[in-house]
Design a protein around this ligand. Structure first.
Ligand code: PMP
Length: 368
């Protein structure tokens, strides 16, 4: 890049690497000349959105000459009712990613530190560096968050801690007691953001619902999304749940119309379709079993995951395997940028998509 222009960028932004998304299907088909590519790379819902969400989106289309409801009244009401919190506790975002960024922008100064774990979601270092603050990355424990290490990393300069539960890309999760004791121990000058993008997929009895703690901990923020189980990734809508005081601050810095009108309508309708969510959970559970049984059969180990994705370990650099899969029209996610060069992350697909991935994997790993 032009040297002079880069020097005009604010210091934190100069060294930033952009977030690397999963390859879009069209891009692979264009670049590799393959047809019927399958994408198991971005933790999307393979069932697609609820038909009710689609119908609401179509209806909302006829009003797109109007600005959206900047306060997202209907969606906030529906979320408040479902979650058992006051609407004042909710901040709507252009994806939950927006909320993560708003947290850094509204609360973190360049002299502050932001704590998160190794192998945690790639957006945490981006939003931290973008505001010029120092990322403090704690070592992992069994691919997951080491809460004792994270607690020890908190000091007078810390302003924000990010915890992904479950974590992407590893699929590891934290139990209710350990997480609540961590949140309880945080000093008042530290905000804890618990990122629950995959909340609805988790069936473990000891998995915490941190939204239920909103009234207890004024410095806690839970983020969730309509991109994953609700199948609305392309519309960009997510939310934060926090004390009204934190929500008030976030609302001061967000764009006035950060969630578009189609997304608002679709998300409100999606929330009401609990059957679709149940179906997605079931499809995911069965698909996860299908994939992990195949890994075991192929002698490949994997990180047990409670999300809609799983990291498989090739015990050698995964780049050539990833390349071969791409040439077969199979898009999965390399995670070398997460410090995991021997793994690939696979999103659980529909049974036929999983089957095709397993077949491709068998061919690639047997050297055929
Ligand atoms: N948090 C985690 C852990 C994620 O995996 C993702 C999506 N990859 C997000 C947040 C952001 O998703 P969205 O902005 O679509 O809500």
């Amino acid at each position: 890049m032009n040297n002079e222009i880069i020097n005009l960028a604010v210091p934190g932004v100069r060294g930033l690497e952009p977030y690397r998304p999963g390859k879009p299907i069209e891009e692979l088909e264009r670049e590799y000349g393959v047809k019927n590519a399958v994408k198991l790379a971005s933790n999307e819902n393979p069932l697609g959105p609820s038909p009710r969400a689609l119908a609401a989106a179509r209806t909302a289309l006829s009003d797109i000459h109007r600005y959206p409801d900047g306060n997202g009244f209907a969606l906030k009401q529906a979320l408040a009712q479902k979650l058992g919190v006051a609407p004042e506790c909710i901040t709507l975002g252009n994806g939950s990613n927006d909320i993560l960024e708003l947290l850094a922008r509204a609360f973190v100064l360049p002299e502050n530190e932001v704590v998160f774990s190794e192998h945690a979601f790639a957006v945490y270092p981006i939003v931290t560096r973008a505001v010029g603050a120092r990322p403090v990355v704690t070592k992992t424990r069994d691919w997951g968050h080491d809460l004792a290490a994270m607690r020890a990393a908190v000091n007078a300069r810390t302003r924000l801690v990010f915890i992904a539960n479950p974590n992407n890309p590893t699929g590891t999760w934290l139990k209710r007691e350990e997480l609540e004791s961590f949140v309880r121990d945080m000093p008042p000058h530290v905000l804890v953001a618990v990122d629950e993008a995959y909340f609805e997929y988790v069936g473990e009895a000891e998995y915490p619902d941190t939204v239920a703690w909103t009234g207890k901990y004024p410095n806690l923020v839970t983020t969730r999304t309509f991109s994953k189980i609700y199948g609305l990734a392309g519309l960009r809508v997510g939310y934060g749940v926090s004390s009204p005081a934190v929500a008030d601050i976030l609302n001061r810095v967000r764009q006035p119309f950060n969630v578009n009108s189609i997304a608002l309508a679709a998300a409100t309708a999606a929330l009401a379709d609990t059957e679709h969510v149940t179906r997605a959970v079931r499809t995911n559970r069965e698909g996860m079993r299908q994939l992990t049984q195949a890994f075991t059969k192929l002698g490949l180990s994997f990180i047990p995951s409670v999300g809609n994705f799983v990291c498989v370990d090739f015990a050698r650099p995964a780049t050539p395997i990833h390349e071969r899969l791409l040439r077969e029209g199979m898009i999965v996610r390399p995670v070398a940028n997460y410090g995991m060069p021997n793994h690939l992350r696979v999103t659980v697909g529909l049974p036929g998509e999983n089957e095709r991935f397993i077949k491709n994997l068998e061919e690639v790993t047997s050297g055929k």
